[in-house]
Design a protein around this ligand. Structure first.
Ligand code: ADP
Ligand code: MG
Length: 446
């Protein structure tokens, strides 16, 4: 590379760094905007945060029994059997995982739920679980749902690339129950509907009372926290005292400083104008943002000796797993059929991945800071944040960048905020919610 093009490359990389940067001031503004949108959302006003009551409080650690959970995330379906010992311990007795095929995500009426019922049947078979008795199942459905009780709720609208027909506006518990009957598994009773964030919070707080936030950083992103019922002004019928977990649907947060790549991604997406925060933060989109940067840099002659490689021309060809590999120091070039990639190009791609993923982690950290500060303005108590999702779990350095922004914002007090992986939390927590619901139904009185 000659000196001129090296200069142009440096210049462009610093430009990227600046359009993707999240300064302390940006983070403080995000916190202010989050608080405003939370306030509007809880009051039932116009807000990019839906703030949906979950009909669930935090568990007491005494719930007991064996329950099934079904976790529909965005990439996979997990079926789990969970045993609760009544002393705050939740053990995973069996688990099966199934990838959701593209044609099921975008299929027509009934196909998705028939597929789910088939997965549940396979789970029984794979784990040699008897089908002679009845089972209570909790359904973790990680899409925006307007919940009307602990075991019913309508899908508001698909996110994360799903478009399956006949589901929007419908009660997803009814759809699942009908599919289970159609498939001859009517001995399974759907006892509870939960959002994955709520499941994650419930799972961690079963054993840790200082846990007061659940966060998802996987295919999509979302969060929940326990809110005083008296503050949920839009639902005056919920009662006057106590707390209820509120599903924020923070993927929809829209008061953000976006750049040209965010606009390009959004415009070409299945849900333009929606889920803007999710599109800047979650695993489904980080690869695509990076690809859009790479395409521009190829066009400007700043990568691959000025040739435009067709490997990068298809939308979503680059995934967050690819970025993750790059961040680990291995690379994805072989998988793309690319040989003889120069050291300079490798370093440039590494820089792009770092810039895009750092913004994601800092935005996630700033959003957590907003919710913690909402609950405890001066950060006077301990807060355990239960986090589920492969992005948080597996992306090298991600957790460190989240902590950096918390430290920038709160200094030494940020040590009171613990970010903890709650692996499979969304499924385990759903089982605990199912236990509470079944207990109440069977005359336990709550
Ligand atoms: P779901 O969102 O379906 O519940 P996960 O929490 O496992 O499932 O998240 C899956 C998403 O996580 C993938 O879509 C991908 O974007 C991201 N991901 C998967 N593997 C990795 C990895 N090794 N490093 C970083 N991100 C990953
Ligand atoms: Mg999940």
């Amino acid at each position: 590379m000659n000196k001129d093009s090296a200069n142009m490359l440096d210049h462009f990389l610093s430009h990227l760094e600046s359009v993707f940067s999240i300064s302390l001031r940006d983070a403080q503004e995000i916190i202010r905007n989050f608080h405003q949108e939370m306030r509007y959302g809880l009051a039932g006003g116009k807000s990019s945060l839906k703030m949906i009551p979950s009909f669930v409080g935090r568990p007491k650690g005494a719930e007991k029994g064996k329950f099934l959970a079904l976790d529909l995330g965005g990439t996979n379906i997990r079926v789990l059997a969970v045993e609760l010992d009544g002393n705050g311990n939740a053990a995973l007795a069996a688990v099966s995982k199934f990838a959701i095929p593209q044609d099921v995500m975008s299929g027509t009426d009934g196909k998705l739920f028939d597929f789910i019922a088939d997965c549940i049947k396979l789970f029984f078979k794979e784990n040699n679980i008897g089908t002679q008795q009845a089972y209570d199942l909790a359904f973790t459905f990680s899409f925006p749902v307007e919940q009307s009780s602990i075991a019913s709720g309508k899908l508001i609208g698909w996110t994360k690339g799903f478009t399956a027909g006949g589901v929007e506006g419908e009660d997803v518990v009814a759809l699942l129950s009908e599919a289970l009957r159609r498939k001859g598994t009517g001995f399974i009773h759907v006892a509870a509907l939960a959002n994955d964030t709520v499941g994650t919070l419930v799972a961690k707080s079963y054993a840790d009372p200082s846990c007061d936030m659940g966060v998802i950083l996987g295919t999509g992103t979302n969060a929940c926290y326990p809110e005083k019922i008296a503050h949920i002004l839009k639902c005056p019928g919920l009662g006057a005292s106590g707390e209820m977990i509120v599903n924020m649907e923070w993927g929809g947060f829209s008061q953000l400083k976006t750049n040209i790549y965010d606009h390009l991604l959004d415009r070409a997406s299945l849900n333009p104008g929606k889920q803007l925060f999710e599109k800047m933060v979650s695993g489904m989109y980080l690869g695509e943002i990076s690809r859009l940067v790479i395409v521009e840099m190829m066009e400007r002659g700043l990568l691959f000796r000025g040739t435009s490689l067709s490997a990068f021309s298809k939308g979503y060809a680059l995934t967050t797993e690819h970025l993750s590999m790059t961040a680990q120091g291995t690379d994805f070039f072989a998988a793309f059929g690319l040989r003889d990639v120069t050291t300079a190009d490798r370093q440039t791609i590494q820089e792009i991945c770092r810039i895009v993923s750092t913004r994601s982690a800092k935005l996630a950290g700033a959003a957590i800071a907003a919710v913690v500060a909402w609950m405890d303005e001066k950060i006077e108590s301990d807060h355990t944040i239960a986090i589920d999702g492969s992005l948080f779990e597996k992306y090298p350095g991600f957790q460190g960048y989240m902590k950096d922004i918390l430290n920038d914002l709160f200094g030494a007090r940020s040590a009171r905020i613990k970010l903890e992986l709650a692996k499979d939390g969304s499924g385990i927590g759903a089982a605990i919610i199912g236990a509470v619901a079944a207990f109440a139904r069977d005359g336990g009185g709550g």
